[in-house]
Design a protein around this ligand. Structure first.
Ligand SMILES: Nc1ncnc2c1ncn2[C@@H]1O[C@H](COP(=O)(O)OP(=O)(O)OP(=O)(O)O)[C@@H](O)[C@H]1O
Length: 321
């Protein structure tokens, strides 16, 4: 076996399919494909390869070149025309349900007015670490790493974070070390003001999901949110109707204190896809408050979010894979 062949064989257990090896005059040149690995994993595989190569027969010098295919990571914005319609709840649960389908998903909480994702995903109080200027998302127990304004801004000061500061923080979160995440779900601040417009213009999501309750007022606001995305040519993935019908915790019967179907009718009128509805359910609020997202469980709520994630997945496939 040549020196090159024996080095290849020695590297196989740690870098199979990733390393291209050449040895000339005792110099080993190794090209290492680190596509899909985060920075820590890249450093680890490089160190392992170097250690093995330096101990290989016929090798006096080792050069390693890291390469990686550029990944296109898509942002999906979750927006609402006004606050309190359940946008953050939907964003968290759809991210988890999408990850359960095998997609690699990250979650960015850009809601400076009420960052709630750290509570929803049970990582309250855990601040993200940084490597130089690069933030490292916080791992959650639900397969979805998270970066939140809530983790960056001391509690109570969020409201002072307006305009450019919030814009800068969002840029840092979007450009963080997301490893192999292919989709980032972006929980936008509620409303349709300059802040939202600037965020959307700057980061140009691949698509937007609009969350609305069935009430008329919320629907008018939802139409404004749709306008905002139209203005910057961001396609609407679809509309989700939240708090549609009240599911009785005792008998499961669904009644419609605020009406139901309004968002679907409005989506149809505007020629937009309707992704589905989530009932107003005590179990959703209780589980969310407890940091136990319903999409991660096995109950009927998990099925509701799985169906929404399936629609989003179809859209992702139809729009680039
Ligand atoms: N389908 C639902 N059934 C029951 N409670 C819900 C449902 N959706 C959301 N909630 C509850 O409503 C409240 C508001 O939800 P959430 O924080 O997700 O709204 P939001 O639109 O993101 O609000 P904000 O404007 O503060 O960002 C929370 O207490 C949440 O648990």
């Amino acid at each position: 076996m040549s020196d090159t062949e024996s080095l290849k064989a020695a590297l196989a257990p740690i870098a199979a399919g990733r390393a291209t090896v050449r040895i000339e005059d005792g110099k080993a040149s190794i090209v290492l494909d680190v596509t899909g690995l985060d920075e820590a994993a890249r450093a680890e595989i490089e160190a392992d390869v170097r250690r093995v190569a330096e101990g290989a027969p016929g090798v006096s010098e080792v050069r390693i070149l890291l390469t990686s295919e550029r990944r296109t990571r898509r942002l999906i914005a979750v927006a609402s025309g006004k606050g309190g319609v359940g946008k953050s709840t939907i964003a968290a649960n759809i991210a988890i349900a999408l990850a359960r389908r095998g997609r690699r998903v990250g979650l960015v909480d850009a809601d400076i007015y009420g960052p709630s994702q750290t509570r929803l995903l049970a990582v309250d109080g855990i601040r993200p670490e940084a490597r130089g200027k690069t933030l490292i998302p916080v791992q959650t127990g639900f397969g979805v790493p998270l970066l939140s304004m809530g983790g960056l801004v001391p509690e109570g000061q969020a409201i002072a974070w307006r305009g450019s500061m919030a814009g800068g923080a969002l840029g840092q979160m979007v450009d963080a070390d997301w490893g192999d995440a292919e989709v980032l779900i972006l929980d936008l601040p509620p409303g349709t003001g300059d802040l939202q417009l600037t965020m959307v213009q700057k980061h140009k999501p691949a698509g937007a999901i609009i969350v609305s309750t069935p009430q008329d007022l919320a629907l008018i606001d939802a139409a404004r949110a749709i306008d905002l995305f139209n203005k910057v040519s961001v396609p609407i993935v679809g509309v989700i109707e939240n708090m549609a019908g009240y599911a009785c915790p005792h008998c499961g019967e669904i009644s419609d204190p605020f009406g139901s179907g309004g968002a679907e009718a409005a989506a149809n009128r505007m020629g937009l896809p309707f992704l589905g509805r989530v009932p107003l359910e005590m179990a959703i609020r209780e589980a969310s408050d407890a940091g136990d997202p319903p999409a991660a469980g096995n109950g009927p709520q998990a099925e509701t979010f799985a169906a929404l994630a399936a629609r989003l997945d179809e859209w992702l496939v139809a729009n680039g894979g």
